[in-house]
Structure formats: C-alpha cells, structure tokens
Design a protein around this ligand. Structure first.
Ligand SMILES: Cc1ncc(C[n+]2csc(CCOP(=O)(O)OP(=O)(O)O)c2C)c(N)n1
Ligand SMILES: [Mg+2]
Length: 325
C-alpha cells in the first residue's frame, strides 16, 4: 500500500465500508423475504471506492450516481433510514417513496441525482459543477459511472466541456469489468479508460479500486485540483461486483475462475486485516464499529417499515406543475 492517511481517517473509511456492506446484506435479505419489491443493483465489492472518496468531501460537495449507487449514497452520508423508507415506498423516504432505488436524491447531503440512464449523469455533473463555478463556490462534484458508460457519447462530451471550462468535477469510473452481461474487452476499444483523459487534456489515473488508500490518495489530488480551480480529473478505479448485474443474475457469463479469484480478494476482510496488522485499530475497536453499524441499519429498517405508505394523492405532486388560472 502507498503512504496512508491518519488512523482516524482510515477508521472513518472502515465505518463507511461496513455501513455499505451491512446495508447491502439487509437489502438482499429483505428482498428474498418478500419485504422489498424492486430491482436491486448491488454495489457489494465496490465499497472501497465511495468510502475512500467521501471522507474527503463535505455535505456541501455534490455527487451524482447511478442505479448501482446505494453504496455511493451511504458513503456520502445519506441517512440509511431515509434510503430504506424510499426503497419501501414510504412517505418518509428521500423522495417521499416516489423515486425508488434508481432515483434517490438528497440535496442536504449533496446526493444530487441518481439516474438509470447509462451515461446521463456526467452532463448533469458538469452542470452542477458549472453552477458552483458561476456562483464562486468551493464545492466539487464527483460523478460516478461504470466502465460501460465510458462508451456513451455523453462521457466524451462531458470530458471535453469540463476540460475546456476547467469545471470542478471528478469523473469517477467504477470499473467492475462488466457492463450488464458484456465483459470489458468485448465492448471497450482501449485497455484503460483512464487513458481516454489524454484526449481531453486532463489527468487520468487508474487505481486499484479495492485498495482504500490508493483510492484516497488519487481522489485527494483530484479534489484538491478541482477545488483550486484547475479543472477535472478522470479516475478509473478497478473493482468487481459480487452480486451480478442485478439481484437474480446468476452470472453464467463470468468465468468461474475469475469470479472465485475476485471473491477471494474481497476488499472488505482484506482491509479489516490490514487495519489490525498495521496497528491502526484493535479487533475489538473494529467489532465495536460493526455493532454500532448493525444497530444503525436495524433502526433504519424499523423506521422505514413503521412509516406510512405514500398516499395515492401524493403521486402527481412534485411531478407536474400546479395548473395556474
Ligand atoms: C442509455 C442506456 N443504454 C442501455 C441501458 C441498459 N443498461 C442498464 S445498466 C447497463 C450496463 C452499464 O454498465 P456499466 O456502465 O459498466 O455500469 P455497471 O452496471 O457495471 O455498474 C446497461 C447497458 C440503459 N439503462 N441506458
Ligand atoms: Mg461495469
């Protein structure tokens, strides 16, 4: 590993990773029990990336994320109880239960847009970054997307404009090696997406997305550059998603050896071990974080299912403008 930040930062990253992992397991269990009915694109396996980036951000900073984005939201600080209420279609959800898993928005913590249209988040991220630039604010915008999304025209247009206008935006590509059921090399012309940054005159860096310290160090440089007004960076974080494209995908298209090797390299237990081996924390201290997080997620689930279902009268509110006489 590279030189690491202070132990309190490393433990903050661990807490965020634990929240993501526990939350993911509880969502899957609730779906299997028939308590949640929705499409679910699990981010399990990718938790290092948003956990390590978000410790460098405040609520004033913006993120844009995708359908596979609950890990990004949890890391950024969207309260799990509001996410659960949204998933369960409750009036107390982030979008009053009307958005569901693919449209969670929570401006209070800077989670500005979640989109299911592949590639569409990047122009929106540029728009948010332009707004902050025009207003003279110091906010940065991190726009998250997958490897497949880097083949969409909007990626290239966004990279170009962000570079020309020196927008305070970080393009965070979470490269999990598959776009739906298509392996990376079958759909992408270049070995490393980070190399595409050259074409747009901005720094491009490829990091091990399963190494929180590597992600943190790369994100720190990119965020400082954006905040200083020097423009965008493309980061490609190499990772893997453990639960297929969406829940129910059996992953037949993934070679068995590749899957087994990825699971054996699970970043979560690896990081936990690294923290204790390097004396950043004792096992007991990490156990205490685990217990706190478990209690927090259980409370979030209870809050959601104790909340009223969204009223039918609410369905068109905030969707259509009120008619004026
Ligand atoms: C414009 C558009 N084209 C196709 C789809 C169907 N689709 C949904 S997810 C996906 C794969 C995207 O892969 P990637 O960008 O690597 O993200 P990942 O799901 O791996 O996180 C596709 C093709 C879509 N939602 N939007
Ligand atoms: Mg992908």
């Amino acid at each position: 590993m590279q030189s690491a930040p202070a132990s309190n930062v490393l433990l903050d990253i661990y807490r965020r990773m634990t929240r993501i992992k526990v939350n993911d397991a509880r969502i899957i269990a609730s779906m299997k029990a028939g308590k949640l009915t929705m499409p679910y694109y699990s981010g399990r396996g990718q938790e290092c990336i948003p956990a390590a980036v978000s410790v460098l951000l405040s609520n004033d900073d913006y993120i844009v994320t995708i359908y596979r984005g609950i890990h990004d939201m949890i890391a950024k600080g969207v309260p799990p109880k509001l996410i659960w209420a949204e998933l369960a279609g409750r009036s107390t959800g982030t979008c009053k239960g009307k958005g569901g898993p693919m449209h969670i928005t929570h401006p209070e913590t800077g989670c500005m847009v979640t989109t299911g249209v592949v590639g569409s988040g990047m122009p929106i991220g540029c728009g948010l970054a332009l707004a902050t630039q025009v207003r003279g604010e110091k906010r940065v915008t991190v726009t998250n997307f997958g490897d497949g999304a880097s083949n969409i025209g909007a990626f290239h247009e966004s990279m170009n404009l962000a570079s020309v206008w020196k927008l305070p935006v970080i393009f965070m590509c979470q490269n999990n090696r598959y776009a739906e059921h298509t392996a990376y090399a079958k759909g992408t012309s270049i070995e490393s997406i980070a190399d595409r940054a050259k074409g747009y005159n901005m720094p491009g860096v490829r990091v091990d997305g399963n190494d929180p310290v590597a992600v943190y160090n790369a994100a720190k440089i990119a965020i400082e550059r954006a905040r200083a007004g020097h423009g965008p960076t493309l980061i490609e974080a190499m990772t893997f998603r453990f639960n297929g494209h969406l829940l129910g995908d059996m992953g037949e298209y993934i070679p068995k050896e590749e899957y087994a090797a990825a699971v054996a390299a699970d970043p979560y237990p690896k990081y936990r071990q690294w923290l204790t081996d390097n004396k950043h924390a004792t096992g007991a201290a990490l156990d205490a974080i685990d217990s706190e997080v478990n209690a927090e997620i259980e409370a979030a689930i209870k809050f959601a299912f104790d909340s009223p279902l969204t009223d039918v009268a609410e369905i068109t509110r905030d969707v259509y403008a009120a008619a004026t006489a």
